[in-house]
Ligand binder design. Structure first.
Ligand code: SF4
Length: 331
């Protein structure tokens, strides 16, 4: 009899900056949900990473709970995936420290995300943790013997340092953990109400947990094709974020075709178009919101999922850390 095929291990995390929005839902959580049957998935809430841009009004613990609720309500299944909080793995800071001793500063200074963020956010004095966050990201993957890391188009640079570091360690000490590979995935970038990428910092989001009324209000405020100010003017649906959301929420292909055609011909008005989108979006989110509300009433269930996930992840973490400490002659 053939042995069941071993599933490769996928590791990925999300920073808890607050409740998740539909950009996270369609861009991260749903692709993760769809990997659960094919891979041995380790999904974590990266709460230490949230500290890289700490601010006075931040409540990381509360945000981590919000993210856990959103993840579970959106279809991440603890029966299939290991779901946990990064900070519950006590081995992570120690492992990160050891890896940092083998991470040349030049690699970190060349990291394009670091340079972009420092320029874009006009950070005058970037902190040590921010410069070193790719080392913590590497620890997050290597700690659980991750073999595959899901990345979207143009995100290869994020994983390059992890691969370089894993290769350096393997050359020096032999195999302590696998050298991970990319798992190229389709991650949608959802436009926000102002047609920029949906992001809490732009204030252009629809949160998973928002009410239907709030969702309708945000959709009503959406940017539309500026060349179609009035009904009767021909529109360009491909340049309109409302149509982008239609492609997610309107499941009937004929209906979607009708929206495109009537926009292009001018027959369709943007007000009506947004009202129909709001209905479709709320219909899609309703079961997720219902599950979320139920979980919110039972926080102990959520905490148990995180505790069980951490216990399982730590079993691997303990072994990898012990092996690494022995290799570097600390133990
Ligand atoms: S009719 Fe709809 S798809 Fe066309 S421009 Fe207006 S909102 Fe966008």
């Amino acid at each position: 009899m053939n042995e069941p095929k071993r599933k490769k291990r996928v590791v990925s995390g999300i920073r808890p900056t607050g409740p998740l929005h539909i950009g996270h839902l369609h861009g991260v959580i749903e692709p993760w949900r769809d990997m659960q049957d094919d891979y041995d998935c380790y999904f974590f809430i990266a709460d230490y990473h949230a500290l890289t841009n700490w601010s006075e009004n931040m409540d990381v613990k509360k945000n981590a709970m919000e993210v856990a609720l959103d993840m579970l309500a959106s279809g991440l299944d603890p029966e299939k995936s290991t779901i946990f909080r990064q900070s519950d793995i006590v081995e992570i800071p120690q492992f990160h420290l050891v890896l940092s001793m083998f991470s040349p500063v030049g690699w970190l200074l060349r990291n394009p995300t670091y340079k972009d963020q420092v320029e874009q956010l006009k950070i005058e004095s970037p902190n040590y943790g921010f410069l070193g966050y790719p080392v913590l990201q590497s620890a997050d993957v290597l700690m659980y013997e991750g073999e595959l890391v899901p990345i979207g188009k143009d995100q290869a640079a994020h994983l390059n340092l992890t691969i370089d570091l894993a290769e350096t360690m393997t050359t020096k000490f032999g195999k302590l953990f696998p050298v991970p590979e990319y798992l190229h995935s389709e991650f949608a970038t959802v436009p926000g109400s102002d047609n920029r990428k949906m992001s809490k910092s732009y204030g252009n989001v629809i949160n998973i947990k928002d009410s239907e009324k709030q969702t309708t209000k945000v959709i009503k405020s959406y940017y539309t094709d500026p060349l179609k100010p009035y009904m009767g003017d021909p529109g360009h649906p491909n340049d309109c974020p409302v149509f982008y959301l239609d492609k997610i929420y309107v499941k009937d292909k004929d209906e979607l075709g009708r929206i495109r055609k009537t926009c292009e011909s001018g027959e369709r008005g943007c007000g009506q178009c947004k009202a129909e989108l709001a209905e479709a979006c709320n219909n899609y989110l309703r079961p997720i919101r219902e599950r979320r509300a139920e979980l919110e009433q039972n926080p102990e269930k959520v905490l148990k999922v995180l505790a069980d996930g951490a216990e399982k992840a730590r079993k691997i973490a303990e072994k990898v850390l012990a092996r690494t400490l022995k290799a570097v002659t600390i133990r």
